[in-house]
Design a binder for this molecule. Structure first.
Ligand code: ADP
Length: 543
């Protein structure tokens, strides 16, 4: 017997329809690439997305075509997304922080036919356009007035291209399993891999991630996604904010402490989301200027482990509640969020921070397990480490073109490549990437724990830990430190600071100071590069 409910396909453009109907006047405010702050609303965004869909169709783009974007978070980027998806074409966000050759490789792999590009990134496309065989046309996200000279043959300004149609258009109809978007993971091993979202997975992810124990979004919120649209759908906020009818504030290209502060303050932002490095910059700016955050109530921090110091400062000094979250491009991206379950509601001080330092628990639709190297499930006791594996309706079932098959298991689980433990209450804590964990005498040492502890030292700006070969223990930890400007800590001071806070055998064998720690395009510490830099390093304990 079948249920007798209507067949209402879960299509992404229904989200912007809903926003326009129910929350049409709700603002979308952006810092434009040209400079001034731009104001529009959901009704307008929908109307212009429809025009964009019409213009695409007029130019011959169809269901399944891949259409790239290389752009910061602005209203125009949002219009591109909904317009592209509205004809069943596939938005493909490119990360401008990648090397131009990598961008060209990814565009060729995805066979992008058209690209929408910010003014700032046009030179990148000019440099690689002749290497991307599939690319037919370049649309620069600006108006005629700001349109620069370009040597490219088929390049046009967005506003005049859009204004050639009248907007009298209806979204196309297609199956909810149709591809909606693509995003390549940075591929710390091998080539980047293409994650392909469907309309259905995006809508389900938005429904799930808007829940109170996940992002908890509602019409009365003002949301600033610092996290870019090209980083796993801005953690889904590009769908959740219009679905909830929240005011949306887009930071454009300015990610520095002052730039973010201005948008937070001027627009009275109540909720924001970013990686730890962005928050470190903001906190530093606040400390230097003595400014406060009277409107901001909650921040989500993810993409890399959140140091305890960030949790503490936000909550104690600025009265902003922090939600530590974990996810992956392959998970749309939310996997867990560190909301506080009722049994912990009375926790305060250090005990509450202990809980918040964990990445949290999974919302409905994310199933997790941890396994050892022989694929035996490990208990949820908060101690047993294992490879973290996940499954659910907004989690990849394979990569584009069948790459990376080994990460997808027969029982439907995806191997995240992270190492974690889970406690009996369901709280998960990432201890490492599987390839970064240090194996000392057959036991595992978490580099993340050591890094987070070291950055708590007042004279440390950034810390990274890598394993160095050791004749007796196989590997032992080396702590690599960037000093805060004007500070001269000694290695032994930092080790002293860490003593007693971790097991004795986890203590780094040595400390090394560097000017800079290399980062990936998504802001993570580039351990591969660090391992290369320290390939000839000999630990003092090894001689
Ligand atoms: P990329 O792999 O392209 O850099 P992703 O955003 O997909 O970008 O990265 C996902 C990975 O980031 C996770 O597998 C995990 O290793 C790391 N990560 C994300 N959030 C956290 C977090 N809160 N704590 C620790 N690691 C995290």
């Amino acid at each position: 017997m079948l249920g007798l409910m209507q067949d209402w396909p879960l299509l992404c453009h229904k989200i912007i329809d809903h926003a326009a109907i129910q929350h049409g006047e709700r603002e979308v405010v952006s810092r434009s690439i040209e400079g001034p702050v731009h104001r529009t609303n959901y009704r307008e965004v929908r109307a212009r997305s429809l025009k964009l869909a019409q213009a695409l169709e007029r130019d011959g783009y169809r269901l399944g075509d891949r259409i790239a974007t290389l752009a910061w978070n602005t209203w125009r980027h949002l219009e591109c997304w909904y317009g592209i998806m509205g004809i069943g074409a596939v938005y493909h966000t490119l990360n401008p922080r990648l090397f131009p050759e990598q961008i060209a490789w990814i565009m060729n792999h995805a066979e992008d036919k058209l690209i929408f590009v910010d003014l700032t990134f046009l030179p990148i496309i000019e440099a690689i356009a002749d290497k991307v065989q599939s690319l037919e046309k370049v649309i620069v996200l600006t108006d005629d007035e700001h349109m620069p000279e370009s040597k490219l043959p088929n390049v046009v300004a967005y506003e005049s291209w859009l204004n050639r149609v009248d907007g009298d258009f209806r979204w196309k109809e297609f199956d909810e399993k149709t591809a909606a978007g693509m995003c390549y993971t940075s591929g710390t091993t091998g080539n980047p891999k293409g994650v392909v979202y469907s309309h259905r997975s995006n809508v389900i992810h938005a429904l799930v991630s808007a829940q109170p124990d996940a992002l908890g979004l509602a019409a009365n919120e003002t949301i600033l996604p610092v996290v870019p649209l090209f980083h796993a759908n801005a953690w889904g906020i590009s769908f959740t904010a219009p679905m909830a009818g929240a005011k949306l504030v887009m930071p454009g290209g300015r990610m520095d402490g002052e730039g973010i502060y201005e948008m937070l303050d001027n627009e009275q932002v109540s909720f924001s989301a970013a990686v730890p490095t962005v928050w470190l910059m903001l906190l530093q700016y606040l400390e230097e200027t003595g400014k406060k955050l009277p409107h901001l109530k909650r921040v989500v921090i993810g993409g890399a482990a959140c140091p305890r110091m960030i949790l503490q400062k936000f909550q104690d000094d600025y009265d902003v509640t922090v939600f530590h979250a974990w996810g992956m491009t392959e998970m749309s991206p939310i996997g867990t969020v560190g909301s506080v379950k009722p049994q912990f509601s009375s926790l305060t001080g250090e005990k509450r921070l202990d809980l918040q330092e964990k990445q949290g628990f999974a919302p409905f639709s994310v199933e997790m397990k941890i396994t050892d190297d022989e694929n035996n499930e490990q208990p949820w006791d908060g101690r047993s480490f294992g490879r973290l594996k996940v499954r659910g309706p907004a989690i990849s079932s394979s990569y584009y073109g069948g790459d990376g098959k080994e990460q997808f298991e027969e029982d439907g689980y995806f191997d995240t490549g992270d190492v974690a433990h889970i406690d009996k209450h369901g709280y998960m804590q990432i201890t490492d990437r599987a390839k970064d964990v240090i194996k000392s005498g057959g036991e595992w040492i978490s580099t993340i724990d050591l890094e987070n502890l070291a950055v708590g030292h007042p004279e440390v700006a950034e810390a990274a830990v890598i394993g160095i070969a050791h004749p007796k223990w196989d590997e032992r930890p080396l702590l690599i430190i960037v000093k805060k400007a004007g500070c001269e800590p000694e290695g032994k001071d930092i080790l002293k600071f860490m003593e007693g806070k971790i097991a004795k055998w986890w203590m780094p064998d040595a400390v090394s100071f560097v000017e800079e720690i290399p980062h990936t395009a998504t802001g993570k510490i580039q351990k591969i590069e660090l391992r290369k830099q320290f390939a000839d390093y000999v630990l003092p304990t090894a001689v």
